[in-house]
Design a protein around this ligand. Structure first.
Ligand code: TMP
Length: 209
């Protein structure tokens, strides 16, 4: 039995982690076997690399940073995602390859063709990607309210985040069969409802395929 692979993507302050939890809970409530996971991370070696990437001790060059994300991803895919999909689970993942294209490719201006080649090497595409799109003032207010210490990416300048957000929208436009852009400016319940609507629309079309 093959599982399903759903990813949530978006810039800082889009509310991704909250929405991922709500989506996973909603799928569980339907009796589906759900695995919730995240990137960078999701497997022991990948969680170690998450610390290396986010603690800010090293200012990685864009290529080194890209490769570290893919090293973490290779572990995550091999040790966590593929076994879960093979067991028929619904894997819901906070960020995946689109984040590397958006952050390292569009944000840090690493070579996007090289990133596409690495994506092909991983050899796993999500069945459905929900791209949470949020305006800059709403994102800034959410990050301010969250109040946690900013990680390395959250300390980067606004121009970087504008490129990342534009990158996510460009990725979604280039893969409309896989990606749905969700307006994430509303409150938690409104965004959750939009996500559930997108998932059931996708289930409707994938059932007909
Ligand atoms: P999080 O804040 O969603 O937990 O993600 C951690 C940070 O890592 C976030 O700022 C985005 C960044 N990131 C990349 O730059 N490239 C990637 O490939 C991934 C997965 C995350």
């Amino acid at each position: 039995m093959a599982g399903r692979f759903i990813t949530l993507e978006g810039g800082e302050g889009a509310g991704k982690s909250t929405q991922l939890r709500l989506l996973a809970d909603a799928l569980c409530a339907r009796g589906l076997p759900v695995l919730r996971t995240r990137e960078p991370g999701g497997a022991p070696g990948a969680e170690l690399l998450r610390g290396v990437l986010l603690d800010g001790a090293v200012e990685w060059s864009p290529l080194a940073e890209t490769l570290l994300h893919f090293a973490a991803r290779a572990e995550h895919v091999a040790k966590t995602i593929r076994p879960a999909l093979a067991a028929g689970m619904w894997v819901v993942c906070d960020r995946f390859t689109d984040s590397t294209l958006a952050y390292q490719g569009y944000g840090q201006q690493a070579d996007r063709h090289a990133i596409e080649a690495l994506i092909a090497m991983v050899g796993l595409l999500p069945d459905l990607t929900l791209v949470l799109d949020v305006s800059e003032p709403v994102a800034a207010e959410r990050l301010r309210r969250r109040g946690s210490a900013a990680d390395r990416y959250e300390r980067l300048d606004p121009g970087f985040h504008a490129r990342v957000n534009a990158g996510f929208l460009a990725i979604a436009r280039s893969a409309p069969q896989r990606c749905v852009v969700i307006d994430a400016n509303g409150n938690e319940a409104a965004v959750h409802a939009a996500i559930l609507a997108a998932v059931s629309a996708w289930e409707g079309t994938s059932a007909r395929d």
